[in-house]
Design a binder for this molecule. Structure first.
Ligand code: 2AM
Ligand code: CA
Length: 267
C-alpha cells in the first residue's frame, strides 16, 4: 500500500466525519428543506450542502483527481477516465428518505477507485456513531473493530436486505425476486441505505443484500464488504459502460457460500 493511499484514506475519513456532524446539525436544528428531483426522488438542502462540502474539500486537496458525486457531478463519464487518475465516487447522504423522516439509518459514503480497482471506502453513519472503512488489501473496520462476514451457509437461516427504486416501472419483476428470496430465507430487511446494507453484510449483521443502485450508493461499501470477506458481484449481466467495480446494477453482496444460491433465485 502506498503512502498516498494512507493519506487519501485519512483525508476521506476526516471529511466524512465533518459531513456527518453537519448532517446531525441539520436535523437537530430542523434546518433543511425538501425538494423532489424528476418529480419523485427526494433531495434536501442538507444533501446539497454536504455535497458541496465534500466536493470542494476534495477538489481543493486533490485538484487532479476525478469526482463523481450524486448531487453535483452525477454524470461523470466513468468509462472514459484516464486509468492513472484516482476517481472519488461520493454520496453526501445515502438514506435521504430516512434522514428526512427522522430515522437513524443514514450515511455519508466516499469511495475511491483507480485503474479499475477499488482502493478505499469510508461510510460514516453519524446518528449511529459508526464509521466503516477499508483500504484495499488491509481489511475492513467499524471504528477500530475489524469486520468479517457472518459465514452463513444456509439460505433458510439467512437475513437478506434489499431496496426499491424511486421509479416503480419495474416493480413487478423486483417483487417477484423478493418473493423468491423471502420464501427461501429467514427474513428480509429494507433499511433504506445501500451503503450501510453493504457495511452490515461486512459486519455480519446481514447475510446478503441485493438491489440495483447507482455507483455512489455502493462504491465505498463494496470495498468494505469485499475486505470483510464478502462476495461482491452481480446477479445478472449489466449493460453499463462503467467499470464493473462501481457498477451498482443488479448488485449482489453475500457470504461466499450464499451467492450462487441467491443468483438462482434472483435470475
Ligand atoms: P439515496 O438515499 O442516496 O437516494 C436504498 O434502497 C438505496 O437506494 C439508498 O441508497 C437510496 O439512496 C437509494 N434509493 C433509491 N430509491 C429509493 C427510494 N424509493 N427510497 C429510498 N431510497 C432509495
Ligand atoms: Ca444520496
Amino acid at each position: 500500500m502506498t503512502v498516498d493511499q494512507h493519506e487519501w484514506l485519512a483525508f476521506a475519513k476526516s471529511i466524512a466525519l465533518k459531513a456527518g456532524d453537519m448532517i446531525v446539525a441539520f436535523r437537530e436544528e430542523n434546518a433543511f428543506q425538501k425538494d423532489y428531483k424528476l418529480g419523485h426522488e427526494l433531495v434536501t438542502s442538507a444533501d446539497l450542502a454536504v455535497d458541496q462540502l465534500l466536493v470542494s474539500s476534495l477538489a481543493e486537496k486533490y485538484p487532479t483527481h476525478g469526482i463523481m458525486s450524486e448531487e453535483s457531478f452525477p454524470n461523470l463519464d466513468l468509462g472514459s477516465q484516464d486509468e492513472n487518475v484516482p476517481v472519488w465516487v461520493i454520496d453526501p447522504i445515502d438514506g435521504t428518505v430516512n434522514f428526512a423522516h427522522g430515522h437513524k439509518h443514514v450515511a455519508v459514503s466516499i469511495g475511491l477507485y483507480l485503474g479499475g480497482e477499488r482502493i478505499l471506502g469510508v461510510v460514516n453513519a453519524p446518528f449511529l456513531g459508526e464509521c466503516f472503512w477499508a483500504l484495499r488489501g488491509q481489511g475492513a473496520y467499524c471504528n477500530d473493530a475489524k469486520l468479517s462476514v457472518s459465514g452463513a451457509i444456509d439460505l433458510r437461516n439467512a437475513l437478506v436486505a434489499t431496496g426499491f427504486p424511486y421509479v416503480k416501472k419495474d416493480i413487478a419483476t423486483i417483487l417477484a425476486r423478493v418473493s423468491n428470496v423471502l420464501h427461501a430465507c429467514q427474513d428480509i430487511r429494507r433499511n433504506g441505505s445501500a451503503a450501510l446494507d453493504l457495511c452490515w453484510v461486512a459486519a455480519g449483521r446481514l447475510d446478503a443484500y441485493f438491489e440495483s443502485v447507482k455507483p455512489w450508493d455502493m462504491a465505498a461499501g463494496a470495498l468494505i464488504a469485499e475486505e470483510a470477506g464478502a462476495y461482491v458481484g452481480h446477479y445478472a449481466s449489466t449493460q453499463n459502460e462503467w467499470p464493473e467495480v462501481v457498477d451498482g446494477e443488479s448488485l449482489l453482496v453475500s457470504t461466499p457460500e450464499l451467492c450462487e444460491k441467491l443468483c438462482v433465485l434472483l435470475k
